[in-house]
Design a binder for this molecule. Structure first.
Ligand code: SF4
Length: 450
């Protein structure tokens, strides 16, 4: 598909910016999201790309340069970065590794300093480890903090939408691989649109929405036969492992291969949760009436508005798959993990599991790295949550790169989901496509793969 060039001027960082002249590598946490995120950098004039696909060498290098105390996502990201160091022609002074950071009890805050230490010990201290942080107002990106944050939100929200389209279509496709092709073509289209979009936010939003409309058409043209009998499985859990197909051994595809459809928790939900936590922390620290509070609320408001604009063309497609507000997620988690006392991904996983159960899901899987406290705490409260919601089957899947008979476990789990489906009281809403005959002949001239 040809993308027509936009007339507006693309904003660019100057030659004096710390990232100018470098290639920024971004951990490939989630297929689609990382490519879209890299195009935000390129929109700002910074060369950026995802880390290459993870493989056995990722695990070898990750294991070699970690001690065993780190969590699995740390091993995978370290391994992927070190594969770049091994590439012929690697130039440390022209390379930057992006590793975001956050405060809090989770080990994620240690990733960036740890990576810096490994690189220093290997003699590559010249590699810039770029750690944009919300707490520092994204000052690391210089004068481009606001466009960076806004562009990133739009990129991640759009990638969430593309992933939804993929996961809602692929299990029902009648031509093997057609949904993946529609996803890849739509992602290419979106990244190219974002990268070449104008600096005016409204103009950019119009271009991105048009790109998503083209994606919608591609997915509508995927030959498919929508089957109400497929169990719908909600997917929650630790953000990296849940979204990184290498880390979770492609659990979603394995579920699909055994007849399920998956509803994956979005990246956007976590961003909304961190916004809600920021507001809560400001209140607790006596900053209810402060510039920080105004800025935080304004950012949330703008993000919501952008999200609604990007979602607008999909209202009918997403009937029965509506995402809850973050307030609703927190409220649903409150009986198990009260918000002021418990925080982090466990709260989001618990609240979203309850929401999925109430909206007719046939089961929930929680994907977590082995030894991650979020998964461990969630696993402890799931029996009560399951009991409160009709005994919906909720199963934790832990990953650390060790081999296991995953397909057997998936098969057993789906048997439970199928029998729950027969007796559950919470019913699903279905979009119109579930009542239509098989879509064999595309209704328009856009090829899913074009
Ligand atoms: S949530 Fe768990 S696995 Fe993820 S970074 Fe934190 S400690 Fe590690």
């Amino acid at each position: 598909m040809r993308i027509s060039p936009h007339k507006c001027v693309t904003r660019k960082v100057g030659a004096d910016h710390p990232l100018a002249g470098k290639v920024v590598y971004i951990p490939a946490m989630a297929q689609g999201s990382v490519e879209a995120f890299a195009s935000v950098f390129r929109w700002l004039g910074i060369d950026a790309r995802p880390t290459p696909p993870s493989d056995e060498r990722t695990r070898e290098l990750g294991a070699k340069y970690t001690s065993g105390d780190e969590c699995y996502p740390a091993k995978v990201t370290v391994g992927d970065f070190l594969k770049i160091v091994e590439q012929p022609g690697f130039d440390p002074r022209r390379t930057a590794f992006m590793m975001a950071t956050e405060d809090g009890p989770c080990r994620f805050g240690q990733y960036a300093p740890y990576l810096r230490r490994i690189l220093r010990d290997m003699g590559f201290a010249d590699v810039l480890v770029f750690s944009p942080s919300g707490q520092r107002g994204y000052s690391d990106i210089g004068d481009f903090g606001t466009p960076f944050v806004r562009g990133t939100w739009r990129a991640l929200a759009a990638a969430d939408i593309l992933r939804k389209l993929l996961l809602q279509t692929r299990p029902h496709e009648t031509v093997c691989g057609a949904a993946d092709k529609a996803f890849e073509a739509s992602l290419r289209d979106f990244c190219q649109t974002l990268e070449t979009s104008c600096s005016d936010y409204n103009c950019q939003l119009r271009a991105l929405t048009s790109s998503l409309l083209r994606a919608r058409l591609r997915f509508h043209n995927v030959p498919a036969c929508y089957d109400r009998e497929k169990p719908l499985i909600g997917v929650v859990g630790e953000i990296f492992c849940r979204l990184n197909n290498f880390s979770n051994e492609d659990l979603v595809r394995r579920l699909e291969k055994q007849g399920a459809e998956c509803w994956m928790t979005d990246i956007g939900e976590w961003i909304e949760y961190t916004n809600a936590e920021e507001v809560r922390d400001l209140r607790l620290s006596g900053h209810t009436y402060s510039w920080k509070m105004i800025k935080s609320k304004l950012r949330s408001h703008i993000q919501r508005s952008d999200h609604e604009s990007l979602l607008a063309p999909f209202r009918e497609d997403f009937i029965g798959y509506e995402e809850p507000s973050i307030g609703e997620v927190i409220e649903l988690a409150r009986p198990y993990l009260p918000f002021p006392g418990a925080e982090g991904e466990m709260v989001v996983s618990a609240g979203k599991s309850a929401y999925l159960a109430k909206h007719g899901a046939d089961g929930v899987v929680d994907i977590s790295p082995f030894t991650c406290m979020n998964g461990i705490v969630s696993e402890a409260i799931y029996p009560k949550l399951s009991h409160d919601y009709d005994e919906i089957p909720i199963r934790n899947f832990y990953f650390d790169g060790a081999e296991s008979d995953l397909d057997r476990d998936v098969g057993i789990y789906l048997e439970l989901a199928r029998s729950y489906r027969e007796k559950k009281h919470y019913q699903r809403r279905y979009p119109d496509r579930f009542s239509q005959p098989e879509r064999e002949s595309p209704a328009c001239d856009i090829d899913p793969a074009a």
